[in-house]
Design a protein around this ligand. Structure first.
Ligand code: CTP
Length: 417
């Protein structure tokens, strides 16, 4: 039986319901960027209640928040009083994220004030709370703000460091609202694992990950390829970077944007991927082969486009074997103590094939998942069992590819000690 941890129940919502997120918005120009954050939550199946402050509504009106979230929106405690919103919203949340958080909002939260619906919500929430501050550099650096941030952090809240860059108007400096995609990724991690997900347990480690699917050219316009999107490998890279690792991502034909802070090496064929992996693996603490590598390539590459000759049957396609990168890394073990992780995509008899593959390829961990026409490829979700060479078996229930990535890093971090 697959047991759900408390964190997983949060990520999948209580009793399978959508996770409940409160998006608090305080009065700064970055409020318009919080619309993008709201869209990301809503489109990925979260139930979002927006709680703006009165000043936030000067920047973005209640109609926008309501239309994007699908819920009525109010900044006051005096509306729908029979539903006791000042207590209910905070109590029933799985995550509260305040984005943007102004200096004033941070001060009121640190002081425990409850003078509007958002600050009431912050006092009643028992779930993780994330603040994404945005303000001018002077306000951010002011000792009052810094003390408030320290106080909120000491109580377990996550306060994201603002970015450095262009601020409202001409000036630039620290205080810029972080990229909504980054805040979203961070919130997803906190939802899945709680604030401890942000401890950088891979700091000082170098990890090398392959992602995507190789393409084996037949002629200048055709190739043999596969349906891998690269999303699982990119999720592994993003989460490893977030846990403090230096990350090299060897990406085969993926159209996904490079995750922040990750070194991306682009490759096309299996042989290019092998060369990049062997070169990077020499000094890596962990290597993860998440790419779908073609086992075969056309025996001959036609320099000109292969033409159909009228009336003639096409020539049979001769194939030759590609190198097995994982098996080679497993046999050679380029660095002592290196943790080697493979993936296995199977369509049937999944666990038996997985055990056999783990042994044959000589890796420490093998993530086994079932694939098919409409399963796993290109989707945002995945379900897997992580098999370990020491006999361990860790089921990871159906959920975001980030959650599976986090489990893989948990197991890698344990083995790295
Ligand atoms: N792999 C590899 N080099 C290959 C083929 C696969 O490094 N030429 C790696 C994949 O990145 C994955 C693991 O081996 O981590 C298993 O891949 P999979 O396609 O499931 O297995 P195959 O070895 O190709 O075996 P089969 O197709 O017979 O199931």
């Amino acid at each position: 039986m697959v047991e759900q941890t408390q964190a997983e129940q949060h990520e999948h919502g209580r009793g399978g319901e959508a996770p409940r997120v409160v998006l608090g918005v305080s009065g700064g120009i970055a409020a318009y960027k919080a619309c993008e954050l709201l869209r990301r939550f809503a489109e990925s199946g979260h139930d979002v209640q927006v709680v703006p402050t009165a000043s936030a509504l000067h920047f973005v009106g209640a109609a926008t928040w309501s239309a994007l979230s699908g819920h009525p929106v109010s900044e006051q405690v005096w509306e729908s009083v029979h539903e006791v919103p000042h207590v209910r919203i905070g109590q029933s949340a799985d995550l509260v994220v305040v984005a943007p958080a102004t200096a004033d909002l941070l001060a009121r939260a640190a002081g425990g004030l409850a003078d509007d619906l958002l600050t009431n919500t912050l006092l009643t929430a028992r779930c993780p709370v994330v603040f994404a501050p945005a303000m001018h550099t002077e306000m951010w650096e002011h000792p009052a703000t810094q003390e408030n941030v320290a106080k909120l952090r000491s109580r377990g809240a996550v306060v994201v460091e603002p970015d450095v860059g262009r601020l409202t108007g001409e000036d630039s400096g620290k205080g810029r609202f972080p990229d909504p995609a980054e805040i979203f990724a961070l919130c997803r991690r906190v939802l899945a694992r709680g604030p401890e997900a942000l401890v950088p347990d891979l700091a000082g480690r170098h990890v090398v990950i392959s992602a995507g699917g190789t393409r084996e050219p037949l002629d200048p316009v055709r190739f043999l390829g596969n349906r891998s999107s690269g999303k699982q490998g990119y999720a592994l890279a993003r989460t490893a970077a977030a846990r403090g690792a230096r990350v090299t991502l060897v990406a085969a034909n993926s159209s996904l944007p490079a995750p922040a802070g990750v070194e991306v090496v682009e490759v096309g064929t299996a042989r290019e991927l092998r060369a990049a992996m062997v070169s990077a693996a020499g000094e890596a603490d962990a290597v993860v082969m998440a790419a779908a590598v073609a086992d075969f390539r056309p025996a001959e590459y036609a320099a000109g486009k292969i033409k159909k000759r009228s009336g003639a049957e096409p020539d049979p396609l001769a194939l030759v074997r590609n190198p097995d990168v994982l098996a080679e890394l497993g046999a050679e073990r380029p660095r002592e103590g290196q943790v080697l992780v493979g993936f296995a995509a199977e369509t049937d008899d999944v666990l038996a094939h997985g055990r056999e593959k783990l042994r044959a390829k000589g890796c420490d961990l093998l993530v086994v998942n079932e694939v098919g026409e409409d399963r796993t490829f290109g989707s945002e979700e995945n379900e897997a069992v992580v098999l370990a060479a020491d006999g361990g078996e860790t089921p990871v229930p159906y959920g975001p590819k980030e959650t599976l990535a986090e489990r893989v890093w948990d197991l890698v971090a344990e083995r790295l000690g």
